[in-house]
Write a protein that binds this ligand. Structure first.
Ligand code: ATP
Length: 453
C-alpha cells in the first residue's frame, strides 16, 4: 500500500483542563497554522477528557476521517496521562519499553542530579509498532504510529493513517513538530499552496483596505487568491494565500505581483518580507527594527524608558534572539521619583504632569545619557481603567524619540481599548515611530494611527 498523501488532517487535544475551559487550546491553533501553510487542510478539531475509552474512541474516529492525525497532551508521567495506553488500544498492541527513550529519560534526570523514578520511566513506553519521537526540551517522548484503516471507504485512507502524539507544553511540542513531524509530512504534490504574511504599521484597518482595493479586486480570481487582513496589538497583518493546482513558479510569481502591488499602495507602512513567517505582527516589527539598527552603518543601539508599559517594550525586544546586538537595555520609571532619579527635572513633572510631552522627552534624553545608546524611546501615559481626567483621558500616552545629538520629539496618542490594549498599542507605536525615523521621514510624520494633537 503506498503511503497516504496528507491532503487533510484532524487535530486532537487531550485533557480535562481544555474541555473545562481552564486552559486555552493554543496547540491546536498553532498546529493548524503549520499545516495550512503547507497545504494540508484540517477538517476537524476535537478534545477529549482524561478518560481512556473516550480518548480511544476519539483517536479511532479521527484516524478513519483523515490520513493525518495529530494529538497533543497526555504523554506525561501522571495518572491522567493516557495517550500511550489509548494508542496501544487502537493498535491492539501491548506497550513495551523503548530502550533509547528510557536511556534519554535517565540522562535527563542524571544531568539534573536526580534519580529516575518508575513513574518517569513509564514515559518511555510505546506500542510495539510505534516509534518514539525524541523530546529535546522535556522528558516525555512523542509517538508516531501508522493506524491501519481497512474499513475506510475513502480511497486515500486504504493507506494507513499517520498518527502523531506530541507533548502538551508548547515549548516541547513546537520543536518536536518541527524536527520530527515536518519531515514526515506528505502534502499533495499536485496542489500548490503558498501563504505570505505581510505586516503593516501605523495605519487604521479601513485606510489599509482602501489603499489595497486595487489588489483585492483586480480580478486575480483565476489563481484563487485569498487576501485577508487581521489586526493585533496595533499591527495589521495581510495574509496572501494562493491555493490551487498549477506549478509552484507561477503561483510564486502571482504572489510576488500581489506583494509588489501592496508595497506600492502602502509604502513604508509595510514592513519588508521576513523569513520568520510565523512571527506575530509585534514580533515582526521588533525583529525588523533590531535588524535595521544592527545593520546600519555604524551599527546603532536603542535604549527604552518606560512608565505605563512597565517593561513591555523591553520584553518585546528581548524576546527576539540576538537582540543584544542592538538593544542595550532600559529603565522602568513608574513613580515620579524614579523618573527624577533617572534625570527628569522635578520641575517638569510639577508643571506639566508625569503624562506630558515634556516629561516624555526628558525621559528619552535620560535614556541616552544613562546608556550611551544611539536612540532612545520613552513612554508615559494613562493605561486606565482609573486615573483619567477631562484633559488627559484614559488612553492618553506620550511617546518620545530621540537620537544622540538630535532634538527629542514627542507625540501624543489616544489609544482605545482596555489597560492591556493601551499598553500593547503604545509599545507597538513607539517602535513604529523609530521605524519611520529610520526611513528618513521628517520628525512627526507620517501621522500615525491613534495620534491626536
Ligand atoms: P508533561 O510531560 O508536561 O506531563 P503532557 O504531554 O502530559 O506533558 P499535559 O499533561 O496534557 O501534557 O499538559 C501539560 C501542560 O501543557 C498543560 O498544563 C498546559 O500548560 C500545556 N498544554 C497541554 N495541552 C495544551 C494545549 N492543547 N494548548 C496549549 N497548552 C497545552
Amino acid at each position: 500500500v503506498p503511503p497516504a498523501i496528507h491532503s487533510t488532517a484532524v487535530i486532537l487535544a487531550s485533557g480535562d483542563e481544555i474541555l473545562t475551559g481552564q486552559l486555552l487550546d493554543t496547540n491546536t491553533r498553532w498546529i493548524a497554522e503549520q499545516l495550512v501553510s503547507r497545504g494540508i487542510m484540517p477538517i476537524a478539531h476535537a478534545a477529549s477528557p482524561d478518560d481512556l475509552p473516550s480518548l480511544v474512541e476519539m483517536i479511532r474516529r479521527a484516524c478513519s476521517a483523515a490520513p493525518l492525525v495529530i494529538l497533543t497532551g497526555g504523554l506525561g508521567p501522571t495518572e491522567g496521562d493516557l495517550t500511550r495506553q489509548a494508542i496501544a488500544q487502537v493498535l491492539n498492541e501491548p506497550l513495551i519499553e523503548d530502550a533509547k527513550a528510557a536511556e534519554s529519560i535517565r540522562t535527563y534526570f542524571e544531568k539534573r542530579g536526580r534519580a529516575t523514578s518508575e513513574r518517569q520511566l513509564r514515559q518511555a513506553q510505546r506500542p510495539a509498532r510505534a516509534t518514539c519521537l525524541p523530546n529535546t526540551n522535556g522528558t516525555a517522548p512523542g509517538l508516531h504510529a501508522q493506524v491501519q484503516n481497512p474499513k475506510s471507504e475513502i480511497s486515500n485512507l486504504k493507506s494507513p493513517c499517520d498518527f502523531f502524539a506530541l507533548p502538551g507544553p508548547p515549548g516541547e511540542l513546537r520543536p518536536m513538530f518541527e524536527r520530527e513531524v515536518l519531515p514526515r509530512l506528505r502534502p499533495d504534490p499536485s496542489r500548490t499552496v503558498i501563504t505570505r504574511l505581510l505586516h503593516i504599521i501605523g495605519l487604521p484597518e479601513a485606510d489599509c483596505v482602501d489603499r489595497l482595493r486595487g489588489l483585492t479586486s483586480r480580478g486575480r480570481a483565476e489563481t484563487d487568491a485569498l487576501v485577508g487582513i487581521t489586526a493585533s496589538g496595533g499591527v495589521l497583518t495581510l495574509r496572501i494565500r494562493y491555493s490551487g493546482p498549477g506549478p509552484r513558479a507561477a503561483t510564486e510569481q502571482a504572489i510576488n505581483t500581489a506583494e509588489s502591488a501592496a508595497r506600492e499602495a502602502l509604502g513604508d507602512h509595510l514592513l519588508p518580507l521576513s523569513a520568520h513567517q510565523h512571527d506575530t505582527g509585534q514580533e515582526a516589527l521588533a525583529r525588523h527594527l533590531l535588524t535595521t539598527l544592527a545593520e546600519s552603518n555604524p551599527p546603532a543601539t536603542l535604549a527604552t524608558v518606560e512608565s505605563c508599559t512597565g517593561g513591555m517594550l523591553g520584553e518585546l525586544l528581548t524576546a527576539i534572539p540576538g537582540s543584544s546586538a542592538a538593544y542595550c537595555g532600559g529603565f522602568i520609571t513608574y513613580a515620579n521619583a524614579m523618573k527624577e532619579s533617572l534625570g527628569v527635572d522635578p520641575e517638569l513633572t510639577k508643571v506639566h504632569g508625569a503624562v506630558s510631552a515634556e516629561v516624555a522627552k526628558a525621559m528619552a534624553r535620560a535614556g541616552i545619557e544613562r546608556t550611551g545608546a544611539r536612540y532612545s524611546l520613552a513612554i508615559t501615559g494613562i493605561a486606565g481603567p482609573d486615573g483619567g481626567t477631562a484633559a488627559k483621558p484614559v488612553g492618553t500616552v506620550h511617546i518620545a524619540l530621540t537620537g544622540a545629538g538630535e532634538p527629542a520629539t514627542s507625540r501624543r496618542f489616544l489609544f482605545t481599548g482596555d489597560r492591556e490594549d493601551v499598553r500593547r498599542r503604545a509599545t507597538t507605536t513607539a517602535l513604529t515611530m523609530l521605524h519611520f525615523h529610520q526611513k528618513g521621514h521628517a520628525a512627526g510624520t507620517p501621522r500615525l494611527l491613534w495620534e491626536t494633537t
